[in-house]
Design a protein around this ligand. Structure first.
Ligand code: 13P
Length: 337
């Protein structure tokens, strides 16, 4: 059954396969300038372009990173930046066989008519922006929308999230970018894990319905789901085994094996928790590559070690390698704390 051929189909499938390669995952450093500001403030630094560049340079020039990292999601500013000695960040990545990616959504705004929920902007002009990003070297894209369990979620919010993701995915593929499909089910709330599972099933059913309706090539997408956990304020925490069991239940019920990679977000879990949970999911074979696309769970120790000081750069890069290697082992199901 040949896949309906479009201009970039073969390349998309190859890109997705490269990102979903054994023992590797995604380093997400696509914080918007506002979010980057919060991270820099946590170590007493001002939110200037110079500081953002210095921090991203530290991360992307880590020697040996490509052994554990197959792709890195950048914010638009970073996609066009270079190292202080003039090498484009995209070239730094390519040399390590890391695929450059780009965050293309324009963030969340209130969704009128819903239960205080939000929707994700960014479809206007997306085709031309995506074509520009491709020219600049990006080969995959990310669009993050959110679903809130305590706010409902309302049928309207779920439908909007799913439809937006599907439109974005079709536009990305049309322009040579592998879309990462990310409906983040937020951790907030005191609900039990079973409720998260129920919501996740609903959300993924709609996402795949609209992906199919938009003729998206499933072999050329990647997913970025939240793990299925109890709400952050729930009275009991779940073990990595329970999280793995519930998360894999949703994936098996909703995600076709044609999808090459499931790259989880860390969503506020600690670094070690995120690694243990991923490891638990890889204790038996899965139909897809089950891996990571972490931002906070790969960067927390790096930031703390760096403190904005040039003399700490090397130690901070070692801290990144420690987390990247731990998650690489977890992708292979071979991590032990
Ligand atoms: P966290 O891993 O910090 O939740 O970030 C996820 C994300 O979407 C960044 O690209």
């Amino acid at each position: 059954f040949p896949i309906q051929a479009k201009a970039y189909t073969d390349e998309l499938i190859q890109t997705a396969k490269t990102i979903a390669s054994p023992g590797r995952g995604i380093l997400a450093i696509d914080e918007s300038n506002a979010t980057a500001g919060k991270r820099l403030a946590s170590i007493g630094l001002d939110n200037t372009e110079v500081n953002r560049q210095a921090y991203r340079q530290l991360l992307l020039t880590t020697p040996g990173l490509g052994e554990y990292i197959s792709g890195s999601i950048l914010f638009e500013e970073t996609l066009y930046q270079s190292t202080t000695d003039g090498k484009k960040f995209v070239d730094v990545l390519r040399e390590q066989e890391i695929v450059p990616g780009i965050k293309v959504d324009k963030g969340l705004v209130p969704l009128p008519g819903s239960n205080n929920e939000s929707w994700c902007q960014g479809l206007d002009g997306l085709a031309s922006r995506s074509a520009e990003y491709y020219k600049q070297g990006a080969r995959f894209a990310k669009w993050r929308t959110v679903v809130s369990v305590p706010c409902g979620p309302s049928a309207l919010a779920v439908k909007e999230a799913a439809w937006g993701l599907a439109r974005y995915a079709a536009i990305s593929q049309d322009n040579g970018l592998v879309p990462i499909v990310e409906p983040e089910i937020l951790l907030d709330g005191d609900h039990p894990i079973e409720r998260t599972l129920e919501v996740a099933e609903k959300v993924w059913a709609e996402v795949f319905y609209y992906l199919a309706e938009n003729n998206v090539v499933f072999e050329g997408i990647l997913l970025k789901p939240s793990m299925v956990t109890p709400g952050a304020e729930h009275k009991e925490k779940a073990s990595p085994e329970a999280i793995a069991k519930h998360t894999l239940t949703v994936l098996r019920r909703r995600v076709p094996p044609a999808v090459p990679g499931i790259m989880f977000l860390s969503g506020g879990q600690s670094e070690v928790e995120a690694t243990l949970n991923l490891n638990a999911m890889n204790q038996s074979p899965n139909p897809w590559h089950v891996s990571f696309s972490y931002a906070r769970a790969l960067q927390n120790s790096v930031l703390k070690t760096w403190q904005g000081r040039p003399e700490n750069v090397e130690a901070a890069q070692q801290a990144l390698l420690i987390r990247a290697k731990a998650n690489s082992l977890a992708q292979l199901g071979r991590y032990s704390a």
